[in-house]
Write a protein that binds this ligand. Structure first.
Ligand code: ZN
Length: 439
């Protein structure tokens, strides 16, 4: 069955302005389990429409809806546990961790995230979810996995389960190889201190240049990218100079560093959500100690400025939350939506640029830009259908009324075209979802 979205606004994720009176046709998985994808994207076209067969579905969206590519959230911890148990204790166990993480991955589809990068997966739960989804065993978003996070002994996150502590280039190289052999798509390193951790300052440097170089050398030989948790300007400059692909957080960056990232064509996922006022409320509800609030308050203005500079110099900025994509936040939306709003409010992104960051740029960072992240014939039908004009008003992105992943409809709440073909979650799940799920 082919699905025709007619009289729809189209925002293709490349940054091009919307096609106002558009038509998008995709081949759905219904009746075509092996053959699916986008067939046509462009202005309304009576020749294309005339080819519709009786069994096809034609949805007239009357100019009231906008279709975008499915969203890509590039900084997710599906097994987030707050506050951490400390002392490297595993509060979940590997089997329950995988189930919990899968539930949260499935929820991501509910909020329009059809691809996510999981930046740290102890026991390779993320590789397991990726395999289950890719083989068609379970429905979920495309998962890009990093496996165990590589940290210095006693470094950022080392008290939480999910990090492998290393000292010296040999240990860093060895654990990179072990992650790659397990099927990881990307390697994650904790270079500096962070907002969490009583034992460390935000900008403490914990991994040496030589250690990072060892990771980058091994990963790049295998054609994989390296992402690093990074706080301060000098460490970011040194890391990107050495070939780091993906800067995470970047709480403080000066012009020369931002220029370097832009010149090298590398990526930056600011995760403005973590230093936001919504984050203070989020941490409070999760029982974080007050020192975390103070650190976030201190980091906020510099964080916004770093993202603003990145925009000014044309860095490839992505949308990542650090929170679970479906996490509800104080302002009344999800974490993924919050991050998109913050980029507009504090970093001078236009709504159209934010949609590009959340789709095609994220897909490029994730290494899936040849199949998703933009709307083109031959690409996977990963779609969000939104009520309103989110390319002009980012707050309209809160109103996602239909999600399609890989040609399979997840849900549609569009009047006359209601459907729910997948649901791991019950009605009203968002309020109970994300890290607030009662399990
Ligand atoms: Zn993180």
């Amino acid at each position: 069955m082919n699905v025709y979205l007619k009289n729809v606004r189209i925002v293709d994720g490349t940054g091009s302005p919307a096609i106002e009176d558009g038509l998008l046709v995709y081949c759905s998985t219904v009746g075509n389990p092996d053959k699916h994808g986008i067939l046509y994207v462009g202005p309304m076209n009576s020749d294309v429409l005339a080819k519709a067969e009786k069994s096809d579905r034609i949805m007239d969206l009357k100019g009231e809806y906008t279709v975008t590519p499915g969203l890509v959230n590039t900084h997710v911890h599906l097994d987030l546990q707050m506050p951490g148990a400390g002392f490297r204790l595993d509060p979940l166990g590997p089997a329950f961790r995988a189930l919990k993480a899968y539930r949260r991955a499935a929820e991501a589809l509910e909020v329009g995230v059809t691809t996510l990068r999981n930046v740290g997966g102890g026991d390779f739960f993320d590789v397991a979810i990726k395999n289950a989804v890719d083989k068609g065993m379970l429905l979920g978003p495309r998962v890009i996995c990093c496996g165990w996070t590589l940290m210095a002994h006693g470094g950022h996150g080392s008290q939480d389960y999910g990090a492998i502590e290393c000292t010296g280039p040999v240990e860093f190289a060895k654990n990179t190889r072990l992650n790659l052999i397990a099927g990881c798509d990307c390697i994650k390193v904790g270079m500096t201190g962070g907002l969490e951790g009583a034992h460390e300052g935000l900008c403490d440097r914990q991994v040496t240049n030589e250690e990072l170089e060892a990771v980058i050398w091994v990963a790049h030989q295998a054609g994989k990218k390296v992402a690093a948790h990074l706080s301060d300007d000098q460490t970011i400059y040194d890391s990107v100079s050495r070939g780091l692909d993906s800067v995470e957080h970047g709480y403080a960056m000066k012009e020369r560093t931002v220029k370097l990232i832009a010149e090298k064509g590398k990526y930056y996922t600011p995760t403005l959500s973590v230093s936001s006022e919504d984050s203070i409320d989020y941490m409070n509800k999760h029982g974080f100690p007050a020192r975390n609030f103070a650190k976030a308050d201190t980091a906020r203005a510099g964080h916004w400025e770093a993202a603003r500079l990145a925009h000014q110099y044309g860095v490839k900025v992505c949308v990542g939350t650090d929170m679970v994509p479906s996490d509800p936040v104080k302002r009344g939306c999800t974490a993924t939506q919050l991050e998109m709003e913050l980029l507009v409010e504090h970093a001078e992104f236009s709504p159209l640029e934010v949609i590009k960051a959340a789709t095609s740029v994220g897909a490029e960072l994730c290494g899936v830009a040849d199949i998703t992240g933009t709307l083109k014939p031959g690409y996977e039908a990963d779609l969000c259908v939104v009520k309103g004009k989110p390319d002009l008003n980012i707050y309209d992105m809160r109103d996602i009324q239909m999600v399609v992943k890989g040609g399979g409809i997840v849900f549609s709440r569009i009047p006359n075209y209601e459907a729910r073909n997948f649901g791991v979650v019950s009605e009203g799940h968002i309020a109970e979802g994300g890290t607030f799920g009662n399990w």
